[in-house]
Ligand binder design. Structure first.
Ligand code: G3P
Ligand code: CA
Length: 249
């Protein structure tokens, strides 16, 4: 079956920067390997700093304990994350990407937005504004896209920055819900590869509505074959070198 989208090669994004996740070394490796873009999860510290971390708690990825949201940036900078001293802030990542010497894309996923009202979205848009990145600009050195599993978070982003592109992430399509009824207000649909295996028409569904589809987390030959066959526009992977190699890049 021919790809359902245009003949353009899919964009390759390093998921959480790849390994060790959310470390500057991983992000730099992905840039050096030739990834088109990077994916990053963000949360707020108690003192209002946006930091790059996936989990609600510190325990899995650092030698610290407890929730991120009750920690101060200064305390996090005393811990080790993936063998590196200190936490990676979104601002440091932004500067790294801006200094990369070539245009890059940055997918920023806001985590658990409803817990903290619109604080995360407001802080994110304010920071992007400071760097002139809170808008869709094909000539910008960094093209930012905001992602969330929560339609509420994406509505907040659209209210704060109406032209900033967004990805609506979908992990699971409940049985009995037809894909045509999936709630979807973003420019890009972001199905997990498991959701795509169960509902191979998801990409066609996005394309039929003039949207693109970025699929995560594509790490195996079989999944890469599936997303290429179905015409994904973006591939989010823990193995950017493997995916780039398989695409002949
Ligand atoms: O790129 C989307 C993907 O990152 C969502 O899942 O749990 O890795 O943030 P998670
Ligand atoms: Ca993520």
């Amino acid at each position: 079956m021919p790809p359902a989208s245009s003949s353009e090669a899919p964009l390759v994004f390093a998921h959480r920067g790849s390994l060790p996740e959310h470390t500057l070394d991983a992000y730099r490796d992905a840039i050096d390997a030739g990834a088109d873009g990077l994916e990053c999860d963000v949360r707020l510290t108690r003192d209002g700093h946006l930091i790059c971390i996936h989990d609600r708690r510190l325990d899995r990825t650092s030698n610290g304990h407890g929730p991120v949201s009750t920690s101060l940036l200064e305390d996090l900078n005393g811990l080790e994350f993936g063998g590196a001293r200190g936490i990676l802030t979104l601002e440091t990542l932004l500067r790294t990407v801006l200094d990369a010497g070539r245009p890059l894309r940055l997918l920023i996923e806001t985590k658990h937005p409803t817990r903290h009202g619109a604080k995360v979205e407001r802080a994110l848009v304010a920071m992007l504004d400071r760097y002139g990145l809170a808008t869709a600009d094909p000539d910008a050195p960094v093209q930012v896209t905001v992602m969330s599993f929560a339609a509420l978070a994406l509505r907040r982003i659209r209210a704060l920055a109406p032209t900033l592109p967004t990805v609506y992430l979908v992990e699971y399509v409940p049985p009995g819900v037809r894909t045509a009824r999936l709630p979807f207000g973003a420019e890009i649909l972001g199905p997990g590869v498991g959701a795509l295996r169960a509902h191979p028409d998801l990409i066609r569904y996005a394309h039929a509505r003039g949207r693109k589809a970025y699929v995560w987390t594509v790490n195996t030959d079989a999944d890469l074959d599936l997303v290429r066959r179905l015409g994904a526009d973006g591939i989010i992977t823990d193995r950017p070198k493997f995916v780039l190699g398989a695409l002949g890049r």
